[in-house]
Design a protein around this ligand. Structure first.
Ligand code: BGC
Length: 393
């Protein structure tokens, strides 16, 4: 435990090392000694923008770290190294009052279960692959199946269930956390050693950015996303049916009973699926069997960062925009939340008490040649950027 605390402190300090070296050259001895004092006292609040601590201990004895990023406006993101999970995101309302707008748990033991993927990074392939099977370059691969006969969110032990290496950093008007993980050849049935990185950056202009990158030594499908459930009125504060949503997508990928896309790309204008103009999430939800759980085909087509969605919560004035470089977004209204989860501060998560906007490639793409390709080849770099921008109205 003590060793682990020192490790976190040293990582935090390494981001300040360059500054310390330059300062050392130009400062007086007195100033140098005060810098040294920080090194001798590493668990103190070293910098207001980033703090690190131990969040909990895994059953196998490994410690899980928690990093807190704070920006100039008081926004605060807390991230743990288990599952690269965002455990909370505190954002001001129109009067400047902060509330935690993501669903989650208080304790590591609960995140180790986490059947709904609250706050997690999911991969290697987010969303579903039919029967967990696909053919790549003439070889058939069988992935772990964990959702009936299908593969969901990377399988039995996906990226949401592994410990990531963390490296905090600071840059001009931002603080961030770089998380890396090596997914070994054959993990959950996937081919190739995949070295992946997820970087969370909190900017002073109230943008929370997630950058994903990966490289593989064999061709492999990849589709990583972030699985926070948002409630802009504050987690545990009622349902999300009154939130007003705009989704810049005029098509979606219809699914079968097992939520596997049929392969069709369907026009959604003037249907209950249509959010091209602002509409409350609850307006037509009763006309969508089970609630929204669909991949929307973004008008931008992906490739460059573009506005995908805007959500407005009238009682608090909070607005969240989602910009992404991905071609699709899974809009999920927490249909499977059934009151069986007691989350942070004892809040019970009932149906529709949170929504997800998971930026992604389309589900089951490895079996749908008509969808944009998800195959990463050796020598190529997978990259995906999503920005959550917060303001009030
Ligand atoms: C999927 C849902 C699934 C949920 C699990 C979402 O991304 O679209 O179908 O039940 O994740 O938490």
């Amino acid at each position: 435990m003590v060793e682990e605390k020192m490790k976190i402190a040293l990582r935090l300090l390494s981001s300040s090392v360059t500054i310390l070296l330059i300062t050392g050259l130009i400062c007086s001895c007195k100033q140098q000694s005060s810098e040294r004092k920080k090194l001798e006292d590493p668990m103190k609040k070293i910098d207001k923008r980033i703090q690190g601590e131990v969040f909990g201990r895994m059953p196998d004895g490994r410690d899980v770290e928690l990093y807190t990023l704070v920006n100039a406006d008081g926004l605060r993101a807390r991230i743990i190294t288990y599952g690269a999970i965002v455990v909370s995101l505190e954002v001001p309302d129109r009067y400047g009052k902060l509330a935690d707008i993501t669903l989650g748990y208080d304790r590591l033991e609960e995140y180790v279960m986490n059947p709904s993927y609250l706050g997690a990074i999911v991969g290697r392939y987010a969303n579903r692959i039919g029967k967990g099977r696909f053919i790549l370059n003439g070889v058939e691969y069988q992935l772990a199946t964990n959702n009936g006969e299908n593969h969901l969110h990377g399988g039995i032990k996906g990226f949401n269930k592994v410990i990531w290496d963390a490296e905090p950093f600071e840059q001009d008007q931002a603080a961030g956390l770089k998380l890396s993980y090596l997914s070994k050849d054959g993990e959950e049935g996937y081919p190739g050693n995949l070295s992946c990185m997820v970087t969370y950056t909190l900017f002073d202009n109230n943008e929370f950015e997630i950058n994903y990158s990966a490289k593989s030594d064999k061709p492999t499908p990849i589709n990583m996303t972030h699985h926070s459930y948002f409630n802009l009125a504050g987690q545990g504060n009622g349902d999300i049916l009154g939130h007003e949503l705009t989704l810049h997508a005029d098509k979606y990928t219809p699914v079968d009973e097992g939520l596997i896309p049929t392969g069709e790309i369907r026009n959604l204008r003037n249907s209950p699926m249509d959010f091209m103009s602002p509409k409350t999430i609850g307006a037509d939800i009763d006309q969508v069997k089970g609630g929204y759980d669909h991949n929307y085909v973004l008008a931008s087509g992906g490739g460059t960062l573009a506005l995908a969605a805007r959500v407005y919560e009238p009682s608090t004035g909070r607005v969240m925009e989602v910009h992404t470089s991905e071609p699709g977004i899974q809009f999920y209204t927490g249909n499977f939340l059934d009151g069986s989860i007691t989350g942070k501060s004892g809040k019970v998560y009932h149906k529709h008490t949170g929504f997800c906007l998971e930026t992604q490639h389309f589900p089951d793409s490895p079996n749908k040649p008509q969808f944009p390709s998800v195959i990463l080849n050796p020598g190529e770099t997978y990259s995906h950027k999503t920005v959550h921008k917060f303001y009030t109205r």
